[in-house]
Every structure is written in C-alpha cells, then in structure tokens.
Ligand binder design. Structure first.
Ligand SMILES: Cc1ncc(C[n+]2csc(CCOP(=O)(O)OP(=O)(O)O)c2C)c(N)n1
Length: 531
C-alpha cells in the first residue's frame, strides 16, 4: 500500500513540481526524508528568500513553483514576500509543516495554531487537510487554484505524522485553464469605443508580459497609432520601450497621473490595476471628458477601480482580439520621446551616470531584476526594456524581493537552458532584507551580477518626508555597511570599486563569471523628488 508521502511525491512529479524551495525544520523532515533523486531542494537560509526565489523562478519559467516552510515561524518569516507574490500574481504552492495531530490539542512547541489563517489574506486558498489521506487531493486542488487567473499563492498546512499513513487511491491529475478570453460582445463594444475615439492612449502593465502579449500589444498600438504608456510602478514590462510610440512610465499619484493623460478622450488600460498609486496627491482620476476602458484577468482588480468600464479577460488574448477588431487609424503618430540627457561622470558617480554606464554595457538579452527605490525612475530612463520577460520587481512595494528573486530567475535560466544574463540592481538598504540569498546564489554557482548603488541612506524615505513636510524622521541613514565584506562572507566575488572604469571592468568580468558577483558602487546621496 502506498503512503501519503509516496502518493504526494508521485503527484508532485506529474505536476512538474520537482524543485522545492525551502528552509527545513523538524515539522518538514518526515516529508523531506528519503528525498527522491529526481527532485532538487533549493536551500534558502531564511524563508523570505525561499519565497522570493520561488517567485522569480516561477515568473521566469512561466510555471508554478513549490515552497516548503517551517510551521508558524517559517510562515511568519515568509509573509512579506508572500504578500509580494500575491501582488505579483505568481502561482506559488506553499506548504508548511505542522506538529503531530496527536498533540495539536495541547499546543506543543511548533504548533501552528489556526494555521490556515496565518497566511491570509495573501493566499487564494489556505487549508489544513482534515485527514492525512486528503493531502494529495488537497495538493491537486491547491495547484488548480494557484494557476487559474488571477494566478497567486496558495497555502497548505501539513502535520508531520501524516506522511507515513496509508494513502487513499491517488487523486486524478487534472488540468485547468491558465487564461480565459474576453466576452466577445463586450470586446466588440470596447473595440467600437476605441475606433470612435479621436485621441486614445494605451496604458500597459505587467499582465501583458505575464500573458506573453508583447506581439499583440505592439500590433494593437500600431493599428491605433496611439501613444503607449507603462502603467505606474509596473512589476513587469508589457511593451518595448524602444518603440517610437512608447512615452514612458505614468506617475503613481492620482492628480499627476490624470494630468499626464490630459488631451486623451479614451484611456485603454490593459493588464494593470487602475491604478497603482503611492503618495496621495488628490486630483481628477481622469482628464476632463475622458473615458477609461480596463482589461484585466482579475475580477477584484476590476471591482476596485474607481473609474472606467471593465472587461475580464487575459491581457494578451485581449490585445490580439482588439487588434483584429479595430480599424487601422489614420491619425498622425505621437511624437517620439527625447533621449535622456548625457550625465556627467563624477566621483562618486551620480545615479544617472552609473545607470548610463550600465546601459552602455548591457547585454542584449539581459534580464533586469530591481529594487532601488529612490533611483528607479532614473534607472528606467537610462535602461529601456526591449524584450519580453526582461524585467522583474516587487508589485507590493515590500523590500526583500529583488535580491532573492534574481537568484530564482537565474536558476530558471539554467533549468530552461535559456541562459540569459541576470543583473540585479538593488539599493544598499534593500540589499539587507533577504541578503542570505547570496549564499544560495554562490552554492548554486549562479552567475548573477548584483549592482548595488550605495547612497548610504533610505533615499526614498527622505524624499517622502520632504514631500509630506515631516522633518526629523529618525533612522534614514545607513553608515558603516561593508557590502563587499558581507557578500564575500556568503561566498560571492565582491571587488571593491570606486571609479566608473573599475565598475565597467568588473561588470564585464562578472557577466562571464561562473558564480555571483556583487558590485557595490558608491553614488552621490541625491534625493530625487518622489514624483
Ligand atoms: C519590508 C519593507 N520594509 C520597509 C520598507 C520601507 N522602505 C521603502 S523604501 C526604503 C528604503 C530603501 O533604501 P535603498 O534600497 O537604499 O534605496 P534608496 O531609497 O536609497 O534608493 C524603505 C526602508 C518597505 N518598503 N518594505
């Protein structure tokens, strides 16, 4: 008779979930024991890193990933990046150990009380099976839940003494949809509204990239001849930023965003929230007289939009369907946006100078993973994303995602055989939240290049304090962090750099290295305005 454990591993195998990201504890050992040869365990030294590595891996492979956590404290450590996975719409199957059922009543050490509530509300489904025999079927249900639109994390709490129990017959291996197409009537209505518009604009978000929608988005843009903006604070990029119709990234505040879209009568938003705002700047959501059309695969995202009409459907499929329905517009093309000014190269480098140098030496198929809050708009201005699947950042704004996510993205390059270079630009503050993922990168010999602009401060919080006129906030400076020493301690190559030339030589070498390199570059402590 098969055990629950054997039936579960068979199912994981059939689902292609043979990589387990995790950090083990005693409550997980009965599951992990006699770990099969055809599975791999990616050890993270803290659960925040395990979740974000799995997130990066899932996004870069386009497949769900499995994370195994240590009961309540492990889940607690994982929570920040679980919140990010939720906003990233990443399908993650999160399992966590639980104490033995026989003792749960008296709450021994390692009990996760109300385990199914702990990860809420940032999972699509959370469950502790009522019987040991329900684990494989619960896993099948968890998988089906995670991958259906909108994709997202799910959570299972699994008591440690369940694994050796005799299993029921295995659950049926099921397939469910990962995409759904829009209602044709409503889509035709949207196409009519778009065709009747005098001056429409497209706003594209991360959902376009997630759904493989670049070619369809380009076709739609070229038929409508409309300017194209990136949705504010995008977690992925849905349109080539070197396309002549591309205008830039919209500001993440109500008033400024509404003003930026002034003059347009139709605003078509695809694959993004309406909108991802950050500082509160009151104003009109839309320019006067404009209508907003919103296409998303997420009913909750559609429901909470303050304005506009919505249409549920896969962003990529919707772009393709709309492109087929709308006539070729006759209007003149929008003006091409100007190139950023050439920054002066000083010592220390200004952020713009560092990013201009980085852009100059950027590999054509490079993937950018980033978390550099105050300098992000400068980085994005100098380093256009021109290919699909080439940009990943936190959708939630929570820090501690980028560094481990880059490790997961790099692992995906190896596993899929794509072997695209992965470059992570991570602020010196952001670097600290899941820093132990450097060890996993080193152990796995992943050639990730971590570029750390060192401004010795929480720059964006200074900008926010200025913006809100809240002087005297403590804890915004970061003196005496020795990033090369920390990186070397985890097994990364980490040369000490100051000049631009040293950076260029080290960056080139890092791209060809067989393991991770951390390039901490001192930069000026400018505080760019928040908007
Ligand atoms: C988990 C978490 N903790 C705290 C914050 C608040 N926070 C936002 S940006 C930031 C500073 C980031 O510093 P750094 O990476 O050095 O970038 P800089 O703003 O200096 O460019 C902090 C602490 C957050 N977003 N997430």
């Amino acid at each position: 008779m098969a055990t629950v454990r054997e039936t579960t591993y068979d199912l994981l195998r059939q689902l292609g979930l043979t990589t387990v990201f995790g950090n083990p504890g005693s409550t997980e050992e009965p599951f992990l024991g006699h770990f099969p040869d055809d599975f791999s365990y990616v050890l993270a030294l803290q659960e925040a890193s395990a979740v974000a590595m799995a997130d990066g891996y899932a996004q870069a492979t386009g497949e769900p990933a499995h994370v195994n956590l240590h009961t309540a404290p492990g889940t607690g450590n994982a929570m920040g990046n679980l919140i990010t996975a939720w906003h990233n719409k990443t399908p993650l199957i999160v399992t966590a150990g639980q104490q033995a059922r026989e003792m749960l009543l008296i709450e021994p050490r390692l009990t996760s009380v109300r385990a199914a509530e702990l990860a809420q509300p940032y999972v699509k489904w959370a469950y502790e099976p009522v019987r040991a025999q329900d684990i494989p079927a619960a896993l099948m249900r968890a998988y089906s839940t995670a991958i259906q639109p909108p994709a997202g994390p799910v959570f299972l709490s699994l008591p440690l003494d369940d694994w050796h129990q005799t299993a029921d017959p295995p659950p049926q291996l099921r397939q469910v949809s990962r995409r759904f197409a829009a209602d044709p009537q409503r889509l035709a209505h949207f196409a009519d509204l778009l065709a009747d518009s005098a001056n429409p604009v497209l706003v594209l978000g991360g959902g376009v990239d997630r759904s493989g929608g670049w070619p369809a988005a380009v076709a739609l843009a070229e038929r409508t001849r409309a300017p194209v903006w990136s949705a504010p604070a995008p977690e992925r990029i849905g349109f080539p930023e070197d396309h002549p119709q591309y205008q830039g990234i919209l500001p993440f505040a109500i008033g400024p965003l509404g003003e930026r879209l002034g003059g347009h009568d139709t605003i078509l938003v695809i694959g993004a929230p309406v909108f991802r705002y950050y500082p509160h700047v009151p104003g009109d959501y839309l320019p006067p007289g404009a209508q907003l059309l919103h296409i998303t695969d997420d009913p909750a995202e559609a429901a909470r939009a303050p304005v506009g009409e919505s249409l549920l459907g896969d962003p990529g499929l919707a772009c393709a369907a709309l492109a087929a329905l709308v006539p070729v517009a006759q209007r003149p093309l929008p003006p091409v946006r100007s190139a950023p000014p050439e920054p002066e190269v000083g010592n220390p480098l200004a952020p713009a100078a560092l990013f201009a140098v980085l852009a100059r030496h950027w590999p054509a198929d490079g993937i950018l993973v980033t978390e550099t809050p105050s300098n992000l708009s400068i980085l994005r201005r100098h380093l256009p994303i021109t290919r699909p699947g080439s940009y990943f950042t936190t959708a939630s704004g929570g820090l501690g995602f980028g560094l481990p996510a880059a490790v997961g993205v790099a692992l995906a390059q190896r596993v899929t055989g794509q072997r695209r270079p992965v470059i992570a630009v991570i602020g010196d503050g952001s670097f600290q939240y899941s820093v132990q993922a450097l060890w996993t990168a080193a152990q796995q010999r992943l050639p990730v290049v971590f570029v750390v602009p060192v401004n010795r401060q929480y720059g964006i919080l200074k900008a926010f304090a200025e913006f809100k006129e809240t002087a005297g906030v403590p804890g915004l400076d970061l003196p005496d962090l020795d990033i090369p020493a920390v990186a070397a301690g985890f097994g990364c190559h980490a040369p000490r750099l100051t000049t631009s030339d040293e950076f260029v030589d080290a960056f080139r070498a890092a791209l060809g290295a067989s393991g991770p390199t951390v390039l901490a570059v001192p930069i000026t402590a400018d505080v760019p305005p928040i908007l």
